[in-house]
Ligand binder design. Structure first.
Ligand SMILES: Cc1cc2nc3c(=O)[nH]c(=O)nc-3n(C[C@H](O)[C@H](O)[C@H](O)COP(=O)(O)OP(=O)(O)OC[C@H]3O[C@@H](n4cnc5c(N)ncnc54)[C@H](O)[C@@H]3O)c2cc1C
Length: 383
């Protein structure tokens, strides 16, 4: 009988893992990839959708395009996971795994911040980004706040990118003089592992008159008075609030007993959980990297290499190093890059590559190369 591999979640981590295992084993593997959605969307595409740079349809890469030897792709919701027996219940039936990989990402909980649903907007979900396409054109004057509501959130550069892109958007529409932009962040500097990248972002903010409010969170919105209440008690008036909602593990993970203190702990070198044969990669873990697609992908590569070694009897792979490059939109049609290493040294480090048009092209290639690898050449041409 073939080894039964069940992968939960077809995001950055699940797609990368599935692709490598299919390339390595083809039909000799029994792999089921389960996702409740019908399409993959890059995190960064949410910014493109929100600012009208692409349409929502252009951001979606349908899973029906994913055809790989040995892989069954199932669109269904995972309802329960028993990590001890490696049994998964879905709306489409029960699956027993020899190897179970959990890559279900982080869920958003806008309702956890009082006032956010009623009086603000979030741009971290596809639906939120789509809704903002209609909201931004109506923002003509007053204060805009890009505000983070929990210490753990995906893609730490995204709030800064949003502020810089909002500056360009308002400038192009002749509304920048009538508006203010602030960013409320839980960190002292925008990208803590990279002081150099942070200085460049803060310099870009200073040049454009964007205010950086450090070391604080937005706790609630008082929608009657239109003020954001910060974790240190300060209040900031807003006309437009663009929020990064509270992040948490999907409810099915909470109920499974896999999470400890909010996220799934894993062996930092192998990504195995404390349950034998159960691995977790990406945003759903507390592995110690930032929550970003490149790190989910890197973790998936280590799990794949470990499984290939295990099934073929080779030496174990290099341990996970938590390395990855994040592209940072600086506005003015330029993109910068930070190459971060979270786990291989005594503390995280990040090397900065200054914004340029060349990096705009490199970021596009980053996306296209993933689509080509995961879905085939046809999908890459759609980006
Ligand atoms: C605005 C923004 C900008 C970003 N920019 C970047 C960037 O430039 N670079 C970068 O690397 N990262 C970026 N990110 C972060 C990136 O999108 C995520 O970190 C990445 O997608 C995480 O990958 P993952 O595989 O861990 O989870 P995900 O990609 O989130 O995949 C999880 C999958 O699990 C599925 N799922 C969840 N629960 C269930 C269930 N119960 N049953 C079935 N399926 C389920 C979901 O449908 C989803 O497809 C950005 C994010 C945002 C919001």
């Amino acid at each position: 009988m073939h080894t039964r591999v069940v992968v939960l979640g077809a995001g950055f981590g699940g797609l990368e893992l599935t692709t490598i295992l299919s390339d390595a084993f083809g039909d000799a593997l029994d792999l089921v990839l389960i996702d409740k959605g019908d399409a993959f969307v890059f995190g960064f595409s949410k910014l493109d959708v929100m600012f009208g740079r692409i349409t929502p349809a252009e951001a979606r890469h349908p899973y029906r395009d994913l055809v790989k030897p040995g892989v069954r792709l199932l669109q269904s919701t995972v309802r329960s996971i028993d990590p001890a027996s490696r049994r998964v219940e879905t709306d489409a039936g029960t699956f027993d795994a020899d190897i179970l990989v959990v890559a279900l990402g982080a869920d958003m909980d806008p309702a956890a911040t009082p006032g956010l649903v009623e009086g603000g907007h979030e741009f971290y979900s596809v639906a939120g980004a789509e809704a903002l396409r209609d909201v931004l054109p109506r923002f003509e004057r007053g204060a805009a706040i890009v505000g983070v509501t929990s210490k753990t959130f995906k893609c730490p550069p995204a709030p800064s990118e949003t502020a810089l892109l909002l500056h360009d958007y308002l400038t192009a529409r002749g509304r920048r003089q009538a508006t203010d932009i602030s960013v409320v962040m839980p960190f002292g500097i925008p990208i803590p592992p990279s002081p150099e990248t942070s200085s460049a972002i803060l310099a870009a903010f200073a040049e454009r008159g964007i205010r950086y409010v450090k070391d604080t969170l937005v706790r609630s919105l008082d929608t009657a008075r239109k003020v954001a209440v910060l974790s240190d008690g300060r209040e900031m008036p807003y006309e437009l609030f663009l929020g990064v909602p509270v992040h948490r593990v999907p409810a099915v993970i909470e109920a499974s007993g896999l999470a400890v203190d909010g996220w799934i702990p894993v062996n930092k070198k192998t990504l195995e959980t404390r349950f034998p044969g159960v691995y977790a990669v990406g945003d759903v873990t507390s592995v110690g990297t930032a929550k970003a697609g490149v790190f989910s992908e890197g973790a998936a590569r280590v799990v794949a290499a470990g499984l290939i070694a295990q099934l073929r009897g080779g030496p174990p792979p290099e341990p996970y190093a938590g390395r990855g490059s994040c592209y940072v939109e600086f506005g003015h049609h330029q993109v910068g890059r930070v190459d971060v290493d979270f786990l291989s040294g005594p503390k995280p480090t990040g090397i900065f590559e200054a914004p340029s048009e060349a990096l705009v092209a490199e970021k596009a290639l980053f996306g296209a190369s993933r689509l080509q690898r995961w879905f085939g050449p046809h999908a890459a041409r759609q980006l």
